[in-house]
Design a protein around this ligand. Sequence first.
Ligand code: ADP
Length: 550
Amino acid sequence: MDVAASLSRRLAKVVSPASGTAEKQIFFLAFFLTFTVVVAISGVSLVLAPAYLAALGLLLVATLLAYVVPWDRVSPLGLAIVPLLDIAAIGLVRDLMREIATATSLLALIPALWLAARLRTRGAVLATVSVAAAFTVPTLLRADSIDSVTLAHAALLPFTVLQVGLLVTGGLAVHDRQTERVTTALAEKEALLDAADMWKRRLENIIDSVDTGIVVVDRDGHDLLMNRTQRSIHRSASPPGPGDPDESQLLLHYPGTTRPIPPDRRPVRRAVQQESFSNYVISVGPAGPGSAAYSTSARQIIDVRGERDGAVVVFTDVTQYIESARKQEQFVATVSHELRTPLTSVLGYLELARDDTDLSRETGSFLDVAHRNAEQLLSIVEELLRDQASRSGTDALALRPTRISDLLRESVESVALRAGELGLTIEQDLVETPLQPIDASRMRQAIGNLMSNALKYTPRGGTVRVHTCFAESSVELAVTDTGIGISDQEQTNLFTDYYRTQAALESDVPGHGIGLALTRRIVLAHGGQISVSSVPGEGSTFTIRLPIGE
Ligand code: ADP
């Protein structure tokens, strides 16, 4: 089977438009010589006949030409020389073959096909004419009388050659068109792959050059991409020892505490669970004063069909920002503390001086003004110290078992009247949450800020919805409004002191941009997290999540 297949492959080369003249000719010669051996066995005198020897000579000349002529530089019609000599050679031996003359004539099909393959329609016509000249004309010249049977018999071979030649030409034209289409498609595909590869490299360079950690995961949470910064964050969060830990094994804590973040609350896990969030601050590395703080944000990736295709999570280093804010607070605390003692003393002496009955009325009124101003100064200093206390950590909290749902209910009651005046509807979806160690007065302040913002930034006719729920490890409360919303970019700065969004600045809603920063400090002091999700023009949801117990 294999031998037959390889033989047919080789013979196919004789007519292939792709293989060279020498190759084709050598196959044809081999074929003819085999034929000659068979003929010689049946009668050696046939092979020694002058016509046969002349045919062999022609074939040898053709083969020689096939090898020595540089065919790639010869004009297309020049390519016809070798197959035409082959046809002439067969024409010479054909008449010697008597009973097998017709079969011998069929040998001419091979160079005829070769001509058609090389020169297409011109080749088919040339083959037909040459076969007619080599076979039909001598037959007719030798015939005693020419009747219709003789004519039909003589025309059969040229007619067959023409038919087969045109068939080959048509087949090759189809083949050429297909090859051209495939070549064009391949070239286009290659160009697209090159362009995609170039963009991939550019993108990799860009994301590797930023100082923000970026990780992209597929919908099942497998890492698709991690930039250079993120790899270094990953290393600094890895526990000592060999191996590449997954996110659940990394050293991640709630900021300012030694409490590890539960696996399902870690940034990448949250993103895989289809959450989008901004400014979720975590502490990375061994717990303690030296650990770095990162603000993390996540967005879902949506594919062309609108389906979720994974998520991107970014990590921004805020260690220095937090540290400088802490130093600034410490400075204000120290200065305020240092001012309080001399101020108290100034006030004391002013009071003593005012008691002096020998003072003129004018001096007495001067002392009153000085006393009033000193008192005002002391109240500012005390205000600063109180604010400082609320900024400091868990130590300053008065923790008592409290239910978040109770605080939220109270808050709703206290704003219900105002909401009515503003034309807003308040909806509640509250489940009783478990008792947690909470500083009720501070948390009331935090929830009050969220409620007050929801009322401030929601136009008349809107809705404010409060919601609680709890899972095994944490309690969640959310305040949702149908208000002006906050753009993605602005959400990143929202919890910074004195920050107000463009929409808030342009509106006539009063505010100073300190409520959310304070709210966040209170939540962090409880070991919790606050996040926002919002669509400009549609509304916002602020979510506080507090861990249950220690
Ligand atoms: P204030 O409301 O006093 O300006 P906050 O710190 O409470 O300060 O809020 C900071 C900024 O965040 C606001 O100025 C406003 O731009 C934006 N903001 C807060 N809550 C909302 C909300 N529910 N809808 C739209 N924007 C809000």
